[in-house]
Design a protein around this ligand. Structure first.
Ligand SMILES: Nc1ncnc2c1ncn2[C@@H]1O[C@H](COP(=O)(O)OP(=O)(O)OP(=O)(O)O)[C@@H](O)[C@H]1O
Length: 625
């Protein structure tokens, strides 16, 4: 053999074979699973607030008008009686063959805490969930391949959790926070993450079961064994062709059990639980922003804003065949979480991925090329030169325009970490300058504008869709979905719905006691009045004295600031500090406008009492001015 040829063969490298021309699109498939009704979760015996209509449709009571329902349409609806096997067969099984062809696939469970995500993904020995069933199916598929086609298969696994924004290896004894990197082909890599080759589903259990026991869980008021982290299991199938040039295809399957979105008023979280909850909600908030950005085709998708979205980059708007299973609970105490989860699921089904096969072949390369590729491989594994590492921190899009700022300005991640500190009530304000704050608000406002544009588009689409849906689709012979009659009176008070102020006509009220004195406070005493019908509705008499229309005008003014105010304007409101103003901006970005002041109850940290006090302080403050 010629010496040069020998060197070249010795230097053979696996290079990527692009098949970009074959890219087909694949919409994210969205399934919704309703957990069975649990009477112990319904201490007020109100019955369910949501129910299935058929295999794709469901309805939930409309919180604005309890006599109406809001209907949703998904790829699949799994009712309360659906078995684990049925969920697997109808939502997951069909995407698995793709990973044997070198394509990526992902299944992730989303939903409020206690709604059944872990049950769906993990299950129990008696009722195995998506993870054990999918792993078994992968081995079945490998066994069923035709040996004569000349491919060898190898299956491996990695397993990690994202806990308090740290990536921890569940297959390692002493895991540190692991870095996330992206190679030149946009593959997300975690240098240092354990990859274990497995030969059967029994072999899988050997590693998976003890690792799962290490996952961070804790008891909250809503779930005795609540997952406090996002768990991501990666099953990697590598197939290598026996004859030269040894083509190699790698398919990855991500099985994700997300931590539940949480309302800390109901979970009773405090201390460490509250801190975990802040991290969970922040990453789920970023997930929602990613979905919004993908739907609005707005250019930059904020994948890098949380570790979760960075790792799910390929599943949402990337190259994976993705299935999202949204778990919901039927009891009224989950009502608003269920409503948000359904809205998130509805917008996720608009996302389109572009799956394709990533293949490498062994080809001879010249030493100079090898040197460059080695550099790139080093970059991916984190051992690159200093300059390269700095480049990696650039935002995903438009790197040229950002690079000039990269040295002087903190990254989005840094600012989010600072925001996270604030959300967690940490007093450390280092690196949180006015300029940064302002810049962040600009970004939030920009996102808000995009959101509004998208909301208009979505409502237009929804309208078009509702016109095109045949009436029989929502045909429903069952009795209307309503709260149990015996509790209806109490319930109107528990829902975040304000009774129209007109019902509080002065002639209907009996003044129980009234203080007589002068001055601002005395003009608006907080004495109690009783509604003539003898019900428990007690109202501050300052509201009565103000008159219905004046009161409504003040409320509308406050609502206007809540819906359109920037950070500074929000902070002009009584009882709204920096932290609360940011939470309001965040809520607006996720859910749009507040319909009534009572909607504020849905903002983290706001209780019914705080909302009342906020309304009172602001109206009295405005009158006093
Ligand atoms: N489809 C179902 N059938 C029977 N029981 C269920 C079902 N879904 C959930 N459960 C039960 O409901 C409880 C809460 O479920 P699970 O722990 O899976 O919720 P989760 O969404 O993972 O909550 P978290 O986010 O707090 O971890 C568990 O006791 C679980 O066994």
């Amino acid at each position: 053999m010629h010496l040069l040829a020998f060197v070249c063969v010795k230097m053979a490298q696996r290079v990527l074979v692009a098949d970009g021309g074959n890219k087909k699109t694949s919409r994210v498939r969205v399934a919704v699973r309703l957990r069975p009704y649990m009477s112990k979760q319904d201490d007020k015996h109100e019955g369910p607030c949501v129910r299935g209509l058929d295999s794709q449709n469901l309805e939930i009571v409309n919180w604005r008008n309890a006599t109406e329902t809001v209907k949703y349409h998904f790829d699949v609806f799994h009712g309360e009686d659906t078995t684990q096997e049925e969920v697997f067969l109808s939502s997951v099984k069909s995407i698995l063959p793709n990973i044997l062809k070198g394509q990526n696939a992902s299944v992730f469970a989303y939903g409020p805490t206690g709604a059944g995500k872990t049950h769906t993904m993990l299950g129990s020995p008696e009722q195995p969930g998506v993870i054990p069933l999918a792993v078994e199916e992968v081995f079945n598929l490998v066994r069923a391949t035709d040996q004569d086609e000349g491919w060898d298969y190898s299956v491996g696994m990695s397993y990690l959790e994202i806990y308090n924004e740290k990536v921890l290896d569940l297959l390692s004894q002493n895991s540190q926070d692991l870095p996330i990197r992206e190679d030149k082909d946009k593959n997300i890599l975690i240098p240092g993450l354990t990859h274990t080759v497995i030969s059967s589903s029994c072999d899988f259990d050997k590693y998976f079961v003890p690792a799962t026991l290490k996952r961070t869980t804790a008891s909250t008021k809503l779930n005795q064994r609540s997952s406090r982290s996002h768990a991501i299991l990666l099953i990697k199938v590598v197939r290598t062709q026996r004859p030269l040039p040894h083509r190699q295809q790698t398919g990855k399957l991500y099985l994700v059990d997300l931590a539940g979105s949480e309302d800390n008023r109901r979970t009773g979280n405090q201390g460490i639980r509250l801190k975990e909850s802040g991290a969970i909600n922040l990453s789920l908030f970023t997930l929602s922003k990613v979905v919004d950005a993908l739907n609005s085709a707005s250019g930059r998708v904020p994948y890098r804003d949380s570790k979760l979205t960075r790792l799910l980059q390929d599943s949402l708007g990337g190259s994976a065949h993705s299935v999202m299973i949204t778990n919901i609970a039927p009891e009224y105490k989950y009502y608003f979480d269920t409503f948000s989860a359904l809205n998130f699921a509805a917008k996720s089904k608009l996302i389109v991925n572009k799956p394709f096969t990533r293949e490498t072949v062994a080809v001879p390369v010249l030493p100079v090329k090898r040197a460059r590729e080695e550099q790139e491989a080093a970059a991916a594994s984190g051992n690159e030169p200093h300059k390269k590492r700095r480049d990696e921190r650039k935002p995903e899009q438009d790197s040229s325009s950002h690079s000039a700022h990269s040295l002087s300005e903190p990254s989005m991640m840094d600012r989010l970490v600072a925001l996270e500190k604030l959300l967690m009530g940490c007093k450390d304000r280092d690196g949180w300058s006015v300029a940064q704050s302002r810049k962040e608000i600009q970004e939030i406002k920009k996102k808000q504008r995009e959101f509004e544009k998208k909301a208009a588009l979505l409502s237009q689409l929804a309208e078009e869709k509702s016109q095109s849906v045949s009436p029989s689709l929502f045909k429903n012979d069952s009795a209307p979905l309503q709260r149990s009659q015996s509790n209806a009176a109490k319930l109107s008070k528990q829902q975040a719905v304000v009774q129209p102020l007109q019902v509080l006509q002065p002639h209907q009220m009996l003044v129980k006691k009234q203080s007589v004195s002068s001055g601002m406070k005395e003009r608006m005493p907080s004495d109690l009045v009783e509604i003539a019908d003898g019900k428990e509705n007690l109202k501050d008499s300052w509201e009565c004295q103000l008159g219905v229309s004046a009161l409504e005008q003040y409320k509308q003014k406050i609502l206007h600031i809540l819906n359109s105010g920037c950070l500074k304007e929000l902070k002009t409101l009584q009882q709204i500090g920096d932290k609360k103003a940011k939470l309001i901006l965040g809520w607006r970005e996720m859910h749009g406008q507040f319909t009534t002041l009572q909607d504020l109850i849905r903002v983290e940290g706001m209780t019914e009492k705080r909302v009342s006090s906020f309304v009172k302080a602001n109206i009295l403050g405005a009158i006093g001015k």
